[in-house]
Ligand binder design. Structure first.
Ligand code: HAM
Length: 434
């Protein structure tokens, strides 16, 4: 039997990992510049956490969670990171330790969706959450931060969509207005939307079914129903985005698929790269009621998450060239030991080195050195060992000279840095950005 990865879950092979590390590094650096600190939460949570926060009648909770029973407990592989962050915030009484918390996270999420390009069952998100800041300046700042990050990553065709769905009072008023619009058309809705109509009419606005979209055409706009305080928040958000020079479009129909949102909602999409229908790179919004809903204090919050696979599909800039490195070719057992020590010295000075421990003739070693992509090759033979020297070959210039053994590591590192001045710095983030 030939095993294969689970449908919708992908291996990321070493050849591709450099691009991931580059993206992760850029995300972390940006997040830290904005004062976010990393949090790591478990992949598993009690199912009820997601039901309570994301909402019982959302696609994620109704259809997409990986849930199983273990010792009387229902557990779910996290479909997103916000609920876990809020749970940790409440569990550790973080509000009592600091007035504002800015957290970021990075890791796999799980949703049993129908796989297609840009949509997977295990996918990676990088996200940020701010607890304790009611906005709207914080809202504008994280939208702008995302936009600038995507620009820095070289992603073209960016579109920023923003909307406000108001607070609970506005939502209740809007719910009634939407129900008044949809009830007379109930028979024309998809079966799924019909079943959600009374419980959660807002979700119907999000439906991809053509029947639901037709029924929603001409529905009242949420923005028209905003209370005075919601409207003031919305207008200040727009003012701050204008001040930051972040281009955006107001998308009155944007409701997003999770029930926890209040007021600000946003998505960033790209119309370029290899993205198909799944072109939403990141989405987020305010969720002022979640912390309280999970048994914590009344603390406002806002955040976003971005899908790393989609961002990589949208990034068209060529990858950074691989780090130049040195290949060590020892001939014989004694030379192998010397090569192991010398390679460690090169690495301690911050450059990449690889020892060929497979043995063989000098000819076969040099052939392997060439095909390894190394820039330099150090040959250590019996006679070199006896004389306390090594042979250094520059594989791209086809030149060779002899070096004292004790100078070899320093000399190699100097040569590699001359080829790529960032060789050492880049190795610190495992071959990521230049
Ligand atoms: P979301 O819109 O469900 O929001 O997901 C955010 C991003 O994750 C999407 O824009 C997309 O790039 C990526 N994504 C979602 N599902 C998949 C999938 N099946 N395959 C590949 N990528 C996917 C959230 O998850 C919220 N927690 C965001 C948030 C944080 N709101 C407030 N704070």
């Amino acid at each position: 039997m030939q095993f294969r990865a689970v449908k919708g879950m992908n291996d990321i092979l070493p050849d591709e990992v450099g691009r991931w590390q580059h993206l992760e590094h850029c995300f972390r650096r940006t997040a830290e510049l904005y004062g976010f600190r990393e949090i790591r939460t478990p992949l598993l949570e009690q199912t009820e956490l997601f039901v309570r926060s994301i909402g019982e009648t959302t696609d994620v909770v109704e259809k997409e969670m990986y849930t199983f029973q273990r010792s009387q407990e229902s557990l779910t592989l996290r479909p997103e990171g916000t609920a876990s962050a809020a749970r940790a915030y409440v569990e550790h009484s973080i509000h009592a330790q600091e007035p504002v918390s800015r957290w970021y996270y990075l890791g796999p999420m799980f949703r049993a969706e129908r796989p297609q390009r840009g949509r997977y069952r295990q996918f990676y998100q990088a996200g940020c959450e701010v607890f304790g800041d009611p906005g709207p300046a914080a809202d504008a700042e994280i939208i702008d931060m995302l936009y600038r990050l995507f620009q820095e990553l070289g992603i073209g065709g960016l579109q920023v969509a923003v909307n406000s769905i108001g607070g609970p009072e506005t939502r209740e008023r809007y719910r009634n207005a939407l129900l008044a619009h949809l009830r007379p058309k109930a028979a024309e809705l998809s079966e799924h939307a019909q079943s959600r109509l009374e419980a959660n009419p807002l979700r119907i606005l999000d439906s991809k079914d053509a029947r639901d979209q037709a029924a929603c055409a001409g529905a009242p706009s949420l923005l028209d129903q905003l209370s005075d305080t919601d409207r003031a928040h919305w207008q200040s958000l727009r003012g701050a985005l204008d001040a930051l020079g972040t281009p955006y479009q107001v998308e009155a129909g944007l409701v997003r698929g999770l029930d926890y949102y209040t007021r600000t909602l946003f998505e960033i999409r790209s119309t370029e790269g290899q993205l198909g229908a799944q072109n939403t790179l990141a989405g987020g919004g305010r969720y002022d009621g979640m912390v309280k809903g999970l048994g914590g204090p009344d603390v406002p919050a806002i955040g976003f998450a971005m899908g790393l696979e989609r961002i990589l599909l949208a990034m068209t800039r060529p990858d950074a060239p691989p780090l130049p490195f040195c290949f060590l070719a020892p001939i014989g057992a004694a030379a192998l030991h010397s090569a192991l020590v010398l390679a460690r010295e090169i690495r301690q000075l911050g450059c990449r080195a690889e020892v060929d421990g497979r043995g063989g003739s000098i000819k076969s070693m040099l052939r392997r050195a060439d095909s390894s992509g190394a820039r330099l090759c150090l040959v250590l033979g019996e006679s070199e060992l006896a004389r306390g020297v090594v042979q250094l070959k520059d594989l791209s210039q086809r030149s060779q000279h002899e070096l004292p053994r004790e100078d070899a590591a320093r000399f190699v590192v100097e040569q590699l840095r001359a080829v790529d001045p960032n060789a050492e710095a880049r190795s610190a983030v495992a071959g990521s950005d230049a």
